[in-house]
Design a protein around this ligand. Sequence first.
Ligand code: EAX
Length: 322
Amino acid sequence: MKRVFILSAFIAVFCFATTATAAMKIKLGVVTKPGSAQNIVAEKFKELIEQRSKGDITVKIYHSKAIGNETEILQQIQMGTVQMGVITGGPFDTFDPVVRVINYPFLFSGHEQADKVLDGPLGQEILKSLESSGFKGLCFSENGFRNLTNNKKAVKTPEDISGLKIRVMSSALHKTIWQTLGANPTPMPWPIYTELEQGVIDGQENPLWVMEVYKFYEIQKYMTMTRHVYSPHIDVASLMWWNTLRPDTQKMVQTAMYDAAVFQRKDNRDRNAARLKMLREKGMAIEDAPDLNAFRAKVAPLRDMDLYKDARVHALLLKMLD
Ligand code: EAX
C-alpha cells in the first residue's frame, strides 16, 4: 500500500512537472480592433494552437493599441516581453529595411502571384533575413492591396493627387512613394479616423476591409482603385523567445500560424466584392480604372533610391523584381 502511495505521489509530481514545463502563455500583439484582418489571423492562430496543444499553449491577444502602436509592439517583440505579433509592412521597415522589398509598389499583379512568391523561396529568404533584427518571421498573412481615398476630389491620374495631404504609415518607403506621386504625405500611426474627420489630412490609403471596419465611408467621399502596394502582414515572433522553444513546439507554432494565415487570406479576399458594393451603396464615388501606367511610371525611380541601398536589401529587391 505504501509503495502504491509513493508511486502515485511520484506520478502526480512527475505529471505536474511535465505540465508545468509544457504550459506556455503567448502574448500576441495587433494594433487594430476585433473584426480587422490582423485580428482574424490572431484569433485563428489562437484557436488552432490551443486546440492542437490540447491547452498546453494559450494565447492572449492584445488588440486596439492595448500594448501600443505597431512600432511599440515591435519593440516589445524584439525584447521578448511580447512573444508574437501580426504586423503590417509600414512601421516594420524602420526595424528592418528588408521589409521595403515586399512593400515595393506594383510588385504583384494579383493575389495568386503574391502567394506564390511570399510562400516560396523568396518569401522564406525575406523571413530569414529578419533574424538579423531580432525577429523570427513565421509567414505572411494579408492586409491586402491598398487603395487611395480622400475627401477632396476624384483621382484618376497622379496629377490629380498633387498637393493632397495623405496620411501614410510610419515608413520611409510609404512616405517616399507618396512624395514621388506628388502628394503631401504625413506619416502617422494607426488609428486615423479623427484626423480624417477633422480634415487634418485629406486622405489615406488602405485595403478595402479598412474602409468597411473603420467606417471610412462616413468621412471619405472618393476612392481610387490604385492597388499601388500589396500589403502583407508579417506574422512574427520574438527571436529571443523562439530560441528557447523546443523544436516540436516551434513546429507547432509555425504550422498553426501558417494555417491561420492561409485561412485569413481567403477570408479577406472572399469578402472584397461585397465590401466594394457596400462602399458604393454608402455613397463613395469609386474610380475603378485609374491610369495605373502613369502611376507606375512615376514610382519607377524608387528602386534606385537610397531606401534600397543596403546591399542585403538591394539584392533581395532585384531578385523580387526579376
Ligand atoms: O491594418 O496603418 C495602416 O495603414 C494599416 O494598414 C492599418 O493599421 C490597417
